[in-house]
Ligand binder design. Structure first.
Ligand code: ARG
Length: 257
């Protein structure tokens, strides 16, 4: 009796697994829809707006996601969630891919596969205009703000400095504006946007302290079918200038607001 139940359970598991695998046709969990996870708190790559390129979502990444889906005859869908939840949602199959200005790091490569790089960035320091911070080591005795789970946090951790982590870039920048912290470490293009939006801030770069970071799209480990499609689209958008145009368009647009 016990054995029979076990066999039945196994059979059921096989049926369910087959169902899951079949639903993965085209490399996505739902054949016609390509669902990207993002964290729409990262202008100019993804932000919420009244009339975005995908519903309420707009930005460089959102335009790229839409073009990847279009190129493959699929409908694009966005699931907006906390940055920290993205890779877990990907592994769970809740989303097909992650596009979130996400840096392809070795640590992340342990759990997911990354596409071709579509954008290169670096960490920078946002400070008040009158700040005496000119290089990363000047942060040693300063109050540092980062965003939780971003590579900026990893960098500051690696330098051995203490810091405070916020959920959103806007919260960290508000802390700086209000004089409650001295420096925000965050990705370059997003920093430009925040400096454009707030009076009295400037960017300090330190190429010797911060390496360049490559943004790429993440898929589940081994999902080569979807990865190949994504890579083909990215390579086309890189070579025909689409990504460059998007970067210019969204950098200008978001800093003119
Ligand atoms: N590039 C950084 C990282 O990968 C920050 C990305 C933040 N992206 C976002 N959509 N909130 O950790």
């Amino acid at each position: 009796m016990k054995k029979a139940t076990k066999v039945l359970t196994l059979a059921l598991a096989v049926v369910m697994l087959t169902g899951v695998l079949t639903a993965c046709g085209g490399g996505s969990k739902n054949g016609d829809t390509l669902t990207f996870g993002t964290n729409a708190e990262f202008p100019p790559f993804e932000f919420v707006t009244s009339n975005g390129v995908i519903g309420e979502y707009d930005g460089i990444d959102m335009a790229i996601a839409k073009q990847i889906a279009d190129a493959n005859g699929m409908t694009v869908a966005i699931e907006n969630m906390e940055f920290d939840s993205l890779l877990v949602a990907l592994q769970n199959g809740q989303i097909d891919a992650v596009i979130a200005g996400m840096t392809a790091t070795d640590e992340r490569r342990e759990t997911v596969d990354f596409s071709t790089t579509y954008y290169t960035a670096t960490q920078v320091m946002i400070v008040k205009e009158d700040s005496d911070i000119t290089k990363a080591t000047d942060m040693a005795d300063k109050k540092i703000c980062v965003v939780q789970g971003y590579t900026g946090e990893v960098c500051v951790q690696g330098m051995g400095y203490s810091y405070e982590a916020f959920k959103k870039g806007t919260e960290a920048v508000l802390e700086l504006v209000n004089g409650k912290c001295d420096v925000v470490v965050i990705d370059s293009a997003t920093a430009q946007k925040y400096v454009g939006d707030n009076e009295g801030l400037k960017i300090v770069e330190d190429a010797s302290a911060f390496e360049s970071e490559e943004y790429a799209i993440a898929v589940q480990k081994g999902n080569t079918e979807l990865l190949d499609k994504i890579n083909a689209s990215i390579e086309k958008m890189l070579s025909d200038g689409t990504i460059n145009e998007l970067a210019v368009k969204y950098t200008e647009e978001t800093s003119a607001e």
